[in-house]
Write a protein that binds this ligand. Structure first.
Ligand code: C2E
Ligand code: MG
Ligand code: MG
Ligand code: MG
Length: 291
């Protein structure tokens, strides 16, 4: 019995290793396409395997779209659309997140600039870009951001960088100095998935940041009877006490929206109940009309 069990285990291990190797090879190919000098026109994305979905962020006060979060997808030639939760960890481990992150930054900023120019209602909206721990650790992370903004002629105040507490905590001294310089340049810093990191309270006052995105697990706990919201309320008071802007993630129901609207005088929301992440066509249809 022990033997056959071991054998099954070995086969599945081997399969997993092979699958990972194949995925890594495919990811390198996708990056090569993104880096190909022939594919650098942001207006022509037909050859790209990466694409960006955009999820609106809405003011809870007046329900207007105030920004968009750029969320990467991978259009795998055989497997179809792959979620970032599946390939971003591999991209992190292999370092491929650096060229992928550069690609996202440039293309998302380019799109925002083009929407500012084309849609009169969208002139003030911002773009939120997720930055992974590896990216934050690069010496040239700030220069790259600023060069991209300059190339695209996008004012820094339209760019919001999202990072998690744990990515700051990997090298807090370096991260804090980079984030401070980003802020000085006019870029806004948001802490993503706030409340899920272990370090929240002890380090919060040391981080340079403009806003907190409350993790969706806390918003999920809002039920019709208003039970289970103690931690959410504590996080909101905490954010307010340090003058941080608040974005509530993962709003999935009207009850959750109403609850947050009552609790937050200022503040934004994001979630499937408001808008799902949308592809280019989908988001342009919305920016064009219902703002
Ligand atoms: P995140 O930055 O916290 O992004 C929010 C995620 O929550 C998105 O998942 C979004 O689709 C999902 N979401 C939004 N509203 C709701 C809701 O109401 N309910 C539920 N259940 N989910 C909701 P997505 O697009 O799969 O991205 C997952 C994560 O992958 C992101 O979490 C982020 O950490 C990472 N990611 C995505 N794009 C990038 C990128 O360009 N660079 C890096 N470094 N990471 C990225
Ligand atoms: Mg995010
Ligand atoms: Mg988040
Ligand atoms: Mg997340």
């Amino acid at each position: 019995l022990g033997n056959s069990y071991t054998k099954v285990f070995e086969i599945s291990m081997r399969e997993r290793v092979l699958e990972r190797l194949q995925l890594e090879k495919d990811l390198r190919q996708a990056v090569a396409i993104a880096q190909d000098p022939q594919n650098q026109d942001p207006q022509n994305q037909e050859n790209q395997e990466f694409l960006i979905y955009y999820q609106p962020i809405v003011s809870l006060k007046n329900m207007r779209i105030v920004g968009l979060e750029a969320l990467i997808r991978w259009r795998h030639p055989q497997r179809g659309l792959i979620s970032p939760t599946y390939f971003i960890p591999l991209a992190e481990e292999t370092g491929l997140i650096i060229p992928i992150g550069d690609w996202i930054m440039r293309n998302a900023c380019y799109q925002l600039k083009s929407w500012h120019q084309r849609f009169t209602n969208a002139k003030d909206i911002t773009i939120s870009v997720n930055l992974s721990p590896k990216q934050l650790a690069q010496d040239d992370v700030l220069d790259k951001c600023l060069n991209t903004l300059q190339e695209i002629e996008l004012e820094p105040q339209y760019l919001k960088i999202e990072l998690t507490e744990s990515s700051i905590m990997e090298n807090p001294n370096f991260a804090v100095s980079v984030l401070r310089k980003m802020q000085q340049a006019g870029i806004n810093i948001y802490i993503d998935d706030f409340g899920t990191g272990y370090s929240s309270l002890a380090y919060l006052h040391k981080f340079p940041f403009d806003g907190l995105k409350i993790d969706r697990s806390f918003v999920n706990n809002i039920h019709a009877d208003n039970n289970g919201t103690e931690i959410l309320q504590a996080i909101i008071s905490l954010a307010q006490s340090v003058n941080a802007h608040i974005v509530a993630e993962g709003i999935e129901s009207l009850a959750q929206l109403n609850y947050l609207q009552d609790l937050l005088q200022e503040g934004d929301g994001q979630g499937f109940f408001l808008f799902r992440p949308l592809d280019l066509k989908g988001i342009e249809a919305i920016l064009q009309t219902s703002m």
